[in-house]
Design a protein around this ligand. Structure first.
Ligand SMILES: [Zn+2]
Length: 293
């Protein structure tokens, strides 16, 4: 996804926080040895490291412009967060806000921040450190989270209020936004807006987390589905049984299979949270395959 995607009268751009190459079995515990070598030909080149079997995940936000509004989708890991149990994300210093500004977006101009779900790598830039306090980064925005997702993690927090929830991101990246009065709990099928022939709405995709939502942009010219973490890596499109940590593995697999079939039949553009490029799903030699734009 080198440039802008366009669906009807909406545009989608991305702002990258970082890109990480992982040993495949670190992410997908059930993967057979040599699996990557066997499927390498069918996978986009950006998804595997050249000369090794390591596979890439990209951590990024998407910026949607639609009907005069700026919508920021998912906010990566953030800076200066205490993540002692995740050294890669502990006390980071990414030039994310500079990149956001280079993409033409000043934080004060963001109208809506959509959190597809509340894992730590999707809410980090919700807040920034200001004189030792976590304050909302996007002070003029409404932050949208599904009511199912908020309810799930609120319940988890209530069981043991002293314990870190989602590696501490509930405490440093979600609660300060709620306390500032900027957080809206919305239904899992909430419509964000409609302008001319283009509509943006949420769709429930449970399994990875109970309240995860996809963002669907639809117009007379086609459909784009931002599918968050229902799919993490292109290898799951041919083999959806391989999964990262899902809250409910059975429900996550069902959501993944439903999404793959839908895209294969409708030709919708698929945009997963951690992919470098959007694309479509096609049938190739009897199995599903991701085709990058
Ligand atoms: Zn996640």
């Amino acid at each position: 996804m080198s440039g802008l995607l366009r669906i009807g009268n909406a545009t989608v751009a991305r702002v990258v926080e970082t890109r990480v190459a992982y040993e495949p079995k670190y992410l997908f515990k059930q993967l057979p040895d040599q699996h990557i070598e066997q499927v390498r030909e069918a996978l986009p080149s950006w998804s595997i490291e050249a000369g090794s079997q390591r596979i890439y995940l990209t951590f990024q936000s998407f910026v949607i412009r639609h009907g005069g509004r700026t919508i920021l989708v998912d906010t990566c890991n953030g800076n200066h967060k205490n993540r002692p149990d995740m050294p890669r994300w502990h006390q980071t210093d990414f030039p994310y806000l500079e990149r956001l500004k280079s993409a033409g977006v000043h934080p004060d101009e963001v109208d809506v921040v959509l959190c597809s779900h509340l894992h730590a790598d999707h809410v980090g830039w919700n807040t920034r450190l200001d004189n030792g306090r976590w304050v909302p980064t996007f002070r003029n925005a409404r932050y949208l989270v599904s009511d199912v997702e908020m309810g799930h993690w609120r319940e988890r927090h209530a069981i043991d209020p002293a314990a870190s929830v989602n590696h501490g991101s509930w405490q440093d990246s979600v609660l300060p936004v709620e306390e500032a009065g900027l957080l809206d709990e919305v239904s899992v099928d909430h419509v964000l807006g409609s302008c001319i022939d283009t509509e943006i709405r949420l769709e429930h995709a449970p399994g990875h987390t109970p309240g995860q939502v996809h963002l669907v942009l639809s117009s007379s010219s086609g459909e784009l589905i931002y599918c968050a973490d229902t799919i993490h890596h292109p290898l799951q499109i041919a083999d959806p049984q391989y999964a990262l940590t899902d809250d409910d593995p059975g429900a996550a697999l069902a959501s993944r299979q439903r999404l793959i079939n839908r895209c294969m039949h409708s030709g919708a553009t698929l945009l997963p949270a951690h992919f470098d490029e959007a694309g479509t799903i096609e049938r190739h030699l009897g199995s599903a395959r991701f085709r990058s734009f």
